[in-house]
Design a protein around this ligand. Structure first.
Ligand code: 5GP
Length: 192
């Protein structure tokens, strides 16, 4: 997505440790005009899918998922990060290691909001090593529901997550794929 690539070049900040900061338009301040373009692009890419729900993870995925959901006319469920959980039977839970915080979270979704009838589109802001997505897929499958597709705004293609998730046979589409980036000179190279 050209518009997104241009925005990453203009406002993205490459940090040490393979982190791209996009606080100016995606992760802190949110550019809703751009979010609308992103939502429409996901709708175009996944127009053949019959989905009835979008699943994301707090916090950064929520804004993108909500705007995207308006184009699909479906509700959004976000997986919650819990410091500790009581597994009392009314939630599905999984563990996710945070790429940015280097911390492992228990992540939960209420059984009320995910069931075996659900056809789910997973949406998230970034894909790095794939831990967040693997956890979300695990939650969907625990409910007996089906992952119809995964939409990612920015995939860091030089990290392992994309290959790992695609090798699971899940349809994964990323709007911008970064092949390399350099914290020294701030450069970002995109796949085509
Ligand atoms: P993964 O689980 O794929 O390793 O990492 C994905 C999650 O980590 C995303 O939900 C996102 O919140 C965060 N993340 C990973 N890499 C980056 C990055 O370069 N920049 C930002 N802002 N977040 C990232």
């Amino acid at each position: 997505m050209k518009l997104l690539q241009e925005r990453i070049v203009k406002d993205g900040n490459v940090k040490n440790g393979n982190v791209l900061k996009v606080d100016n338009f995606l992760n802190h301040q949110m550019d809703i005009g751009l979010f609308n373009e992103i939502g429409q692009e996901f709708k175009r890419i996944f127009s053949d899918l019959k989905i009835n729900k979008i699943l994301t993870i707090e916090a950064s995925g929520i804004g993108i998922a909500c705007i995207t959901a308006q184009y699909f006319n479906v509700p959004v469920v976000f997986a919650k990060k819990a410091q500790s959980i009581n597994i009392d039977g009314d939630v599905y839970s999984t563990k996710i290691e945070s790429f940015t915080h280097k911390k492992t979270y228990d992540v939960i979704v209420s059984r009320k909001f995910l069931s075996k009838e659900d056809r789910v589109l997973i949406i998230d802001d970034f894909l790095a090593n794939g831990c967040a997505l693997a956890g979300l897929i695990d939650l969907v499958r625990s409910a007996g529901a089906k992952v119809e597709g995964i939409g990612i705004v920015i995939e860091k293609g030089f990290q392992s997550g994309g290959d790992m998730i695609r090798s699971m046979g899940v349809r994964l589409e990323s709007l911008a794929i970064i092949d390399s980036m350099n914290a020294e000179d701030g450069s970002v190279v995109f796949r085509n």
